[in-house]
Design a binder for this molecule. Structure first.
Ligand code: NAD
Length: 373
């Protein structure tokens, strides 16, 4: 008999095409009468289009969202919220914009809604990553969960193909690590498998035809499921590696996930046979790490950390940071293993499964705590 704990989600999800037209009603249903729209500096046109749909319920746009949620931007945003007496925030954008909404909610207690435009999945998680003085800290805080998420496939049609690919593989990474998460549960496993199926179907179709609405819907559906997984179970080595690389070298988020994922899957494979078997249903092949590497390569994604701006001299430091803090992983990770994995990922070489690491579903913890994002 399997024993498990499943954490349900409180976020209302509206999914479809043209659903942005329902945002005003969804805001109204939450009692929001003074909505502040959030976006990144380059996305003000889209934010204005959404503001028009909100009509008199909108009190303005704050267009300074930035990657990794810098706390100085949040401080300005909170001042703005107070100045315009906003009673809610609506994030229109990807993980950066949604992160700003969460940071505002944490400081003000205001309800948040989102119209996600990438596949990062942050809208479905209670995870907030913030940066201050060049240091990123990540916390799981139930109070930052969104009230309503409106997925409108139409808003993703213009997401550039290259961004779509890495953003989609970023979502796949959430699902993959959920398959072997220490606290995985039957619902998370179903969602993770379905997410991997949808994203592996959708991404090649999007590369062939970026305005294929069915493929876009499939990708967004997969991203929703993968984000939900990220929000409900703990992550492991892959998210730890990406967190260290993003925080230490400022590497781009989704691209880093895309490069690292095949290497971590190859490393963890001997200790996570059920996860590997589930991934194989979507990506056939004896060697699942190699299958993921080939998948990303065929989609034109970057394969080497050196191409993302990581210095070779940073490998040793990153290996040290990866093993220093505690987090759970199905296969033990020591500094040599982390260094070898990083060296291959840095050079863009195919992944490698080091010998050993046999089947263990009790897993391994370097010290304490599950890793978040
Ligand atoms: P992003 O939000 O930074 O967006 C990337 C770029 O694409 C931005 O310049 C944005 O303006 C642009 N863009 C967004 N949607 C577009 C569209 N439809 N068409 C054209 N351009 C568009 O990137 P992201 O990958 O979505 O998010 C990354 C951030 O999210 C990181 O800071 C990461 O740490 C965070 N994140 C957090 C969680 C969580 O659970 N807390 C989960 C995943 C990612």
């Amino acid at each position: 008999m399997t024993s498990f704990v499943h954490r349900g989600q409180i976020t209302k999800v509206v999914f479809g095409s043209g659903t942005r037209n329902l945002v005003a009603a969804e805001a109204d249903a939450l009692g929001c009468r003074r909505v502040l729209v959030l976006c990144t500096p380059g996305r003000t046109d889209q934010a204005e289009e959404i503001s028009d749909l909100l009509g008199p319920a909108v009190v303005g746009t704050f267009a300074e969202a930035a990657p990794h949620t810098p706390v100085d931007v949040t401080a300005r945003a909170v001042d703005h919220v107070r100045a315009v007496r906003a009673d809610s925030v609506l994030a229109v954008g990807g993980g950066s914009t949604i992160g700003l909404g969460k940071a505002i909610a944490l400081r003000t207690g205001l309800p948040q809604l989102a119209l996600p435009t990438t596949y990062a999945g942050s809208e479905m998680t209670p995870i907030l990553g913030e940066t201050e003085d060049g240091r990123k800290t990540t916390r799981r805080l139930p109070e930052v969960l969104l009230r309503t998420v409106v997925y409108d496939v139409d808003l993703t049609l213009a997401l550039p193909t290259a961004v779509s690919v890495v953003s989609g593989v970023n979502a796949m990474a959430h699902a993959v690590e959920s398959l072997y998460a220490q606290d995985r549960d039957p619902v998370a496993l179903l969602m993770a498998g379905e997410a991997i199926d949808a994203l592996t179907r959708a991404l090649p179709a999007i590369v062939r035809s970026p305005d294929d609405a069915e493929a876009r819907a499939d990708a967004l559906y997969g991203a929703w499921l993968a984000g939900t997984c990220l929000g409900t179970v703990g992550m492991a080595l892959h998210h730890k590696v990406c967190h260290v690389l993003g925080g230490t070298f400022g590497l781009p988020h989704a691209e880093t996930h895309t490069v690292v994922l095949p290497h971590v899957v190859a490393y963890n494979a001997p200790a996570a046979p059920e996860a590997v078997a589930r991934i194989r249903r979507a990506l056939p092949g004896e060697d699942t790490g190699a299958a993921l590497f080939g998948f990303a390569e065929r989609l034109g994604a970057p394969t080497g950390l050196r191409d993302l701006g990581m210095p070779e001299s940073g490998i040793e430091r990153a290996a040290e940071l990866i093993v220093r803090d505690g987090y759970w992983n199905p296969r033990p990770v020591d500094r040599d293993a982390a260094r070898d994995l990083l060296a291959r990922a840095w050079a863009g070489e195919p992944p490698h499964t080091p010998p050993g690491g046999g089947t263990t579903h009790t897993g391994h913890r370097t010290s304490t705590g599950a890793h978040h994002a």
